[in-house]
Design a protein around this ligand. Structure first.
Ligand SMILES: Nc1nc2c(c(=O)[nH]1)N[C@H]1C(S)=C(S)[C@@H](COP(=O)(O)O)O[C@H]1N2
Ligand SMILES: [Mo]
Length: 343
């Protein structure tokens, strides 16, 4: 099926297949028998807790939003319904010194994300209870999730249980853990904060050709000779390997989400179990490469640019099991299937 192509998408994003909504990050909330509720702290006076029923009894607002995930997939026009954050906050007295809002969840790893209160209200943030007129399912963060339009989707926290009003910002889980940008504006491509690593350390590691188990997020490894690089379980989110020779490299179980591989030589490279979500493999040479058990949501292997089709080099010697192609957008999946079968 063809996708509508006239929709405006933020830079570097592509549409998921019609009717699809990928699951990203945590799949389920932390185990608990406690009834679901939402507690607000940082207001003047005592904390206040709302049950789901109490939230449903407040004025409900419908909002159609476009989902833009930092791993480069977008889903347009999703109908949410719930309580506007501004309607909720209007009920309380909030001191001027409170400038930030942190959304916390019932999560094994204490997942959260934060915004400036003013931005959160203006965007506007919705405390969503329904999608498509039905209660929000647990798989997508139900029964309560905040929805932040016009920001990457990591600002929209699943299984919302807590709203804290703060004087100082408290970085969210992805923002602190993975260097995701704290502003998260997809139109400005605010995906990542500045690189985390020291330049000299990076240069030494590049010389050693051993990245295994290292945290090298956003490393600049462009135009290098890294043949036979060992990068087992390396953290290489947003790493830049544009025009780099990575023949025979070993990326087993590496995190390569949003990594850049344009025109990289990836002949016979091993990506078994690697996370390639949002990775750009346009014009990469994947002859003999092994992508068994990779995660490929949002990855791209070809692009159309200025009327030209730029393609990864893939043939029947490339190992890409059909089972991992399912989360790709349809054009990318069809492109790979046609190359694997030699057309
Ligand atoms: N509790 C919780 N909320 C979360 C996450 C998470 O891992 N845990 N991941 C975030 C990210 S990165 C995205 S893209 C969306 C994914 O939501 P979905 O699984 O409903 O598509 O949830 C956001 N909220
Ligand atoms: Mo995301």
């Amino acid at each position: 099926m063809s996708q509508p192509t006239t929709q405006p998408l933020p830079p570097g994003q592509q549409l998921v297949a019609e009717g699809k909504w990928p699951n990203i990050g945590e799949r389920l909330p932390a185990d608990s028998d406690a009834p679901w509720s939402l507690t607000i702290t940082g207001i003047t006076g005592d904390d206040v807790t709302f049950t789901v029923e109490q939230l449903l009894a407040l004025p409900q607002t419908k909002m159609t939003i476009d989902i833009h995930c930092v791993t480069r997939w977008s889903k347009l026009g999703v109908d949410f319904e719930g309580v506007l954050l501004s309607d909720l906050l209007d009920k309380f007295d909030i001191q001027k010194t409170k400038r930030f809002i942190s959304f916390g969840s019932r999560s094994e790893r204490n997942h959260s994300s934060s915004l400036e209160i003013e931005a959160a209200v203006e965007l506007p943030t919705l405390i969503a209870l329904k999608v498509d007129d039905k209660p929000l399912g647990i798989d997508h963060g139900g029964p309560i999730r905040n929805i932040v339009p016009k920001r990457y989707f990591y600002k929209s926290v699943k299984w919302l249980t807590q709203i804290d009003l703060l004087e100082e910002d408290r970085l969210g889980f992805w923002e602190a853990e993975s260097g995701y940008h704290n502003q998260a504006d997809p139109w400005k491509e605010q995906r990542y904060m500045a690189p985390a690593i020291d330049r000299r350390v990076a240069i030494e590691l590049i010389k050693s050709r051993d990245f295994s188990n290292q945290d090298l997020r956003s490393i600049d490894a462009t135009k290098r000779d890294l043949e036979k690089l060992i990068a087992v379980k390396a953290l290489l989110r947003d790493a830049d390997f544009t025009d780099t020779n990575l023949q025979n490299a070993d990326f087993t179980a590496a995190n390569l989400s949003n990594a850049h591989f344009r025109r990289a030589n990836l002949r016979d490279a091993c990506f078994r179990g690697a996370d390639l979500e949002g990775a750009d493999l346009t014009e990469a040479d994947l002859i003999g490469a092994d992508l068994t058990d990779c995660s490929l949501i949002g990855a791209s292997f070809f692009q159309r640019e200025n009327g030209q089709q730029l393609e990864a080099i893939i043939d029947s010697s490339t190992t890409i099991p059909e089972s991992i192609l399912e989360p790709l957008v349809p054009e990318q999946r069809e492109f790979i299937l046609s190359k694997l079968s030699g057309h």
